[in-house]
Design a protein around this ligand. Structure first.
Ligand code: ASP
Length: 435
């Protein structure tokens, strides 16, 4: 019944309209909210708690799905690739796409921030409120951060990896489990069958969550904007307007020009239609500021609206939510160069190259959770000799830009799934003939 294409299309359209309205309503009410909130701190806190409550529920529902979804989709996805040559191919294609697009994104940021020069001359270096994350107070170098990412791939305790939402660790385990099960023939089949139906059940739950998502989305936006207070709109935005514009224009170029071009070059299809199919995932990314929490909806949109195969989406999207962050990479580069400009530090070409590589590394290492990019910025700042505490300059608007970059992170994963799936489908007949 649900497979009827016309019905599926109506359902997808209704969801997008419902979600877009929620974002609009949430943003407008959230913008007005600081003026309406009670003066008294305790009543203010309670009001925001109630307004944000439906959003907290949505976050809980989405996060609840992540661990079972990552394990089940990965095991089934890898096992269904069967032929190990094919498994290798999808792996290197995905990694190549991720590496190239992240690099292009950082490059866009570096070029733009050098043209616009948002930090030269006009930034008021007034100290901002809020507390800096620990990692910026006691930063780790690039080498240590890299080693930590690799260490996270082999979590000593799987349950703990689940508790800490160490998605990369779960992915490594699930890939190996799926690959091993597929070599076990009959003996491996019952376990694979279990994961297969488990996977389907989880996706059915996601099917239900997507209808609640718009309510949670409006609530999340209202509570977050109400929390920001009036000073955010009247002081912080004007003070950092040029910097914010640079980041948002850079992200816009990446998502409206670069990624669609790549999609079109490979697939020759309409990239905007494809992105429209991902609309609910993109809006959820905007509202939750977390690619990991958005993952269930990303998978749902890719499979249902864009007809990406289960095995490609099951491999490319969970991996992308963890290591492919085009938006974060661009943001790291722009932020660090902006901070240098504001401090009157002239970065050499060599230092720009260092920014390029460390911003990429920071994006790979950043977890798919809110404001992880700010935490990772210590790597890039220390690499060019700037005290990480200088990140305080951009702290006040980080939560806001986080939404835009997370949306681009998810768009990058989605286009990746489209490109890789196309290449996989193209090879399918050839492999079948060779078998
Ligand atoms: N919030 C981003 C994400 O989940 C990471 C970041 O802070 O840049 O994709």
């Amino acid at each position: 019944m649900t497979d009827d294409p016309a019905r599926l299309k109506r359902r997808a359209n209704a969801l997008v309209a419902f979600t877009a309205t929620a974002v609009l309503v949430g943003a407008v009410l959230g913008w007005m909210l600081p003026g309406w909130l009670p003066e008294d701190a305790e009543s203010r806190r309670l009001t925001l708690l109630v307004i944000g409550f439906p959003g907290e529920l949505l976050m809980g529902m989405l996060k609840m799905m992540v661990v079972p979804l990552v394990v089940a989709t990965m095991v089934v996805g890898i096992a269904s690739l069967g032929d190990i040559r094919k498994a290798g191919k999808i792996g290197y294609r995905t990694i190549a796409y991720y590496a190239v697009t992240t690099g292009m994104s950082v490059l866009t940021g570096i070029i733009l921030v050098n043209i616009i020069q948002p930090g030269v001359g006009g930034t008021d270096l007034a100290p901002v409120g809020g507390e800096l994350p620990q990692s910026l107070m006691q930063p780790k170098g690039a080498l240590e951060s890299l080693l930590q990412v690799v260490k996270g791939m082999f979590p000593p305790n799987l349950l703990q990896a689940g508790v800490e939402m160490n998605v990369l660790g779960l992915i490594v385990f699930s890939v190996v489990l799926g690959a091993v099960l597929s070599t076990m023939g009959e003996r491996g089949r019952p376990v694979l069958k279990f994961f297969d139906s488990f996977n389907e059940a989880i996706m059915k739950i996601v099917h239900l969550i997507v209808w609640y998502a718009p309510i949670g989305i409006a609530s999340l936006l209202m509570a977050r904007m109400g929390n920001a207070g009036e000073a955010f709109f009247t002081e912080e935005i004007p003070r950092l307007a040029k910097y914010m514009t640079t980041v948002i224009v850079g992200l816009g170029i990446h998502v409206v020009i670069t990624l669609p071009l790549i999609y079109w070059l490979f697939k020759k299809g309409n990239p905007f239609k494809y992105l429209l199919g991902m609309a609910q995932a993109l809006l959820t990314a905007f509202s939750t500021a977390s690619s990991s929490a958005t993952l269930p909806i990303t998978l749902e949109c890719a499979r249902n609206n864009n007809k990406i195969s289960e095995r490609t989406s099951g491999f490319v999207l969970p991996l992308g939510a963890t290591i492919n962050m085009d938006g974060t990479a661009l943001y790291e580069a722009v932020a660090v160069i902006f901070i240098a400009q504001s401090l009157g530090i002239d970065l050499t070409l060599g230092q720009m190259v260092v920014v390029f590589f460390t911003a990429t590394l920071a994006a790979i290492g950043a977890a798919g959770i809110p404001e992880a990019g700010l935490v990772m910025m210590a790597i890039v700042l220390t690499a060019v000799g700037i005290d990480p505490r200088e990140a305080g300059l951009i702290l006040a608007v980080d939560w806001f830009l986080d939404r835009f970059r997370t949306m681009v992170n998810v768009a990058g994963d989605a286009i990746g799934a489209g490109v890789v799936d196309h290449l996989e489908q193209r090879d399918a007949p050839a492999l079948a003939a060779a078998a």
